[in-house]
Design a binder for this molecule. Structure first.
Ligand SMILES: Cc1ncc(C[n+]2csc(CCOP(=O)(O)OP(=O)(O)O)c2C)c(N)n1
Ligand code: SF4
Ligand SMILES: [Mg+2]
Length: 307
């Protein structure tokens, strides 16, 4: 199969599918000004830490670029951004990004992020975790951060496995999948991350997949702009520890496998239960502005008590 050209890539990444606005002649898009926006990635990276320790083709890199683009497009001052990450391949991101960063123990991102946001309410707090970090060891914190509706954005890089530690199954490993700890196929039912987040009280909940990096950027951007607890699940490829055992050890083949399962929220609305079987709906799945945000509420109450 021949490599897609840059123009085909841009067309494929466009969240406004089907793409009708892209002009191949001008190599620009009339509907999406971002196509022409230049992002100086090195401005946002700790270049002395490059190259990353991620395996070549790891989806974590695609999510990192999407996050950089989102911050760049919002034109946020990088000194006001704080990244909190846990332990895992995904957790390495805080070492690479040139923001204020906190690399915290496995599963404990959200308590650190909560303390940070309470102490520095003006900071843009972004938490980057893996599926294991957020939903297994950190599952309890996940529920309560959503319940409190703390103004922050939690990005869960869901690669369906414990990547860093060699491929143990996680709460999102599909039933029947092979892992280091399930040599005969995983028996455990999975969490539907977005539905758990919505049920627990998060006020912006979106899902995307690294097969569409532009869409990941848009979903993150929506979360960053939202005031309250936002959760963005990014389906991602660990071709080494999940892919090799289950789909393919080639990143592009695993990404294509992820892509085949996704269906846009706008299209899914017109599909029935039978048609949606085995499909994963992507897009902004929940967005409300009605619940009080925890930190603002806290400071208001504290001021009232003082007076
Ligand atoms: C308290 C504690 N328990 C277990 C570990 C070992 N450990 C490190 S990362 C990890 C799982 C990582 O999986 P995930 O969060 O999905 O991140 P990924 O590597 O897939 O990005 C585990 C079990 C640890 N570091 N600390
Ligand atoms: S082990 Fe998996 S998640 Fe970790 S860097 Fe490699 S491909 Fe990425
Ligand atoms: Mg993982």
């Amino acid at each position: 199969m021949s490599r897609p050209t840059k123009i085909e890539n841009i067309r494929r990444e466009c969240p406004l599918q089907p793409c009708t606005n892209f002009s191949a002649e001008e190599a620009s898009c009339t509907a999406a000004p971002w196509d022409n926006r230049r992002v100086d990635y090195p401005d946002y990276l700790r270049n002395d830490k490059m190259p990353t320790q991620w395996c070549s083709g790891c989806g974590a890199g695609l999510v990192m670029k999407a996050l950089i683009r989102a911050v760049n497009e919002l034109q946020w001052d990088k000194n006001k951004v704080a990244i909190v990450s846990g332990i895992g391949c995904s957790g390495r991101m805080s070492s690479y990004l040139d923001f204020n960063t906190l690399h915290t123990p496995h599963g404990r991102t959200l308590p650190f992020a909560t303390g940070l946001k309470l102490a520095k309410p003006d900071a843009h707090v972004i938490i980057v975790t893996g599926d294991g970090d957020a939903l297994a060891i950190g599952g309890n914190h996940f529920l309560h951060a959503c319940r409190r509706n703390i103004d922050s954005t939690l990005i869960i890089i869901n690669n369906f496995i414990y990547g860093l530690t060699g491929g143990q199954f996680s709460p999102t490993t599909p039933v029947g999948s092979y892992a280091e700890t399930s040599p005969d196929g995983s028996l455990e039912p999975t969490f539907d991350t977005v539905n758990v987040a919505i049920a627990a009280g998060a006020t912006y909940v979106a899902r995307s997949a690294v097969s569409n990096p532009r869409h990941v950027t848009e979903m993150i951007k929506g979360g960053l702009a939202h005031s309250g607890m936002s959760v963005v699940e990014a389906l991602s490829n660990c071709h080494i520890n999940f892919g090799r055992r289950n789909v393919s050890g080639k990143p592009e083949e695993l990404i294509a496998w992820i892509s085949r399962q996704t269906v846009s929220h706008d299209i899914a609305r017109y599909m029935d239960e039978e048609q949606l079987k085995g499909r994963v709906v992507v897009g902004v799945l929940h967005h409300v502005e009605t619940r009080p945000e925890y930190v603002a509420n806290y400071y208001e109450k504290a001021a009232a008590i003082r007076n």
